[in-house]
Design a protein around this ligand. Structure first.
Ligand SMILES: Cc1cc2nc3c(=O)[nH]c(=O)nc-3n(C[C@H](O)[C@H](O)[C@H](O)COP(=O)(O)OP(=O)(O)OC[C@H]3O[C@@H](n4cnc5c(N)ncnc54)[C@H](O)[C@@H]3O)c2cc1C
Length: 375
């Protein structure tokens, strides 16, 4: 085993490397700038080996516990070298590719994501199917006797689709009699395929973060299927726990850095750092403790499941408490000034929506963890 597989040794060596290699972002706060910077950072980390640790060797990684990749995210995003949004896509999409793609496809594609050569997106939600994901209607039909499928339909809220080369796409393949959960099939789709149209949507924080993606007779090779026909629901159930927990580890580091900035700004205003700030700290610390336990479960080889809904509820609560407190203590800044606080406050409203809404997470906790039955 490489001595770098020991988390403490790994972190110290990475910190030294980051101190010696200037990856600070240029002064460009556009989304495009963030995506460019993310690709630059990933390439440098990949070339030096860092972003390959914690990923299996058969998918281009250098092995070691999953904790190592969490450490990379924490160090990189905590220093604001890359923004948390684009960074989180790695932890959401790569594990699914590794588990469901044919081995050769995962070996070919995962390094492109880890090295920043490509960005991918997640095509799950549709205009009529968000919380009720199993009702999705984008269809994939077999093309005669050919080993190809033809996809028709629309996705929405697809984050970073306009910058993405490929999409992990959920489609309906069963007929009217197939139960929903056996009727869904996932594909890895090239977004430059004929028939794909991507239209960015502007969020209330003024950024085109997500998109509508239209599929009009888009042909996809059967070899791009992830798993077997009908495995799509299980794939979603396996992907969402990453989206509700481990992908936030680096976001937590970012929230701590914003908390430190808030303390400085509040002190500079001559205010006392009082109980409100104590509550923010408690919320962040509770979240980090929970998230740390999840990282350890993953590193110990456990499969993540519905218990990650707890991580998601804690993340949303901590993030909104931080920005609500900034709103209360930095008088008028969010309403009147064009600062990061304003865009981040507005974006924090999405924390109870993306990755599954807070209400739906509480339903999962009640039904699946507490066994309280249906409403
Ligand atoms: C910033 C952001 C990024 C996103 N990125 C992506 C992405 O990259 N890919 C992707 O596929 N999707 C993405 N999404 C979409 C996200 O997954 C959905 O918004 C989410 O699942 C909710 O679905 P919906 O918007 O259709 O709301 P709905 O499901 O229509 O919910 C509306 C309201 O009803 C409540 N509700 C629904 N069902 C129940 C229930 N059974 N019990 C109690 N309350 C209920 C919800 O909590 C919510 O308050 C993103 C969303 C955001 C905000």
């Amino acid at each position: 085993m490489s001595e770098l597989h020991d988390p403490a040794t790994f972190r110290a060596a990475l910190q030294q490397w980051l101190a010696e290699n200037d990856l600070n972002p240029p002064d460009d706060h556009s989304l495009e700038g963030h995506i460019r910077q993310f690709a630059r950072v990933q390439k440098a980390l990949y070339d030096a080996g860092w972003s390959r640790y914690g990923w299996p060797e058969h998918a281009g990684g250098l092995g070691g516990p999953a904790m190592l990749r969490a450490i990379v995210g924490e160090e990189v995003v905590g220093r604001r070298l890359a923004e948390p949004g684009p960074y989180s896509m790695l932890e959401v999409l790569a594990p699914t590719m590794i588990d469901y793609a044919p081995e050769a496809l995962a070996a070919e594609m995962v390094p492109k994501l880890l090295s920043g050569e490509e960005q991918w997106c997640q095509g799950f939600s549709e205009p009529g199917s968000g919380s009720d994901l199993a009702s999705l209607t984008t269809r994939a039909d077999k093309k005669g006797d050919e080993d190809r499928y033809v996809v028709n339909g629309q996705k929405v809220w697809t984050s970073f689709a306009q910058y993405s080369h490929r999409c992990i796409l959920l489609t309906r393949t069963g007929d009217a009699d197939t139960p929903d959960h056996q009727a869904i099939t996932a594909f890895f789709v090239d977004l430059d395929s004929p028939g794909v149209t991507v239209r960015p949507l502007q969020t209330m924080h003024g950024v085109d973060e997500f998109c509508e993606v239209y599929f009009d007779n888009v042909e996809v090779d059967a070899a791009r299927m992830l798993g077997k026909p009908g495995d799509g629901w299980q794939l979603a159930m396996d992907l969402l726990p990453y989206e509700r927990s481990t992908c936030f580890w680096q976001r937590i580091a970012y929230l701590y850095s914003r908390f430190d900035t808030l303390i400085d700004e509040v002190k500079r205003d001559g205010q006392t750092v009082d109980a409100d700030m104590g509550e923010v700290y408690l919320a962040l610390h509770t979240l980090r403790c929970r998230s740390r336990a999840t990282q350890h479960r993953l590193a110990d080889g456990h499969k993540l499941g519905p218990e990650t809904s707890i991580d998601k509820v804690l993340l949303a609560a901590a993030e909104q408490r931080l920005y609500d407190t900034a709103h209360d203590l930095l008088s008028g800044v969010i309403e009147l000034d064009d600062t990061e606080w304003r865009t981040e406050y507005l974006y924090s409203r999405a924390a109870t929506i993306y990755g599954g809404t807070a209400e739906v997470q509480r339903n999962i906790i009640a039904r699946r963890l507490l066994d309280l039955g249906k409403e």
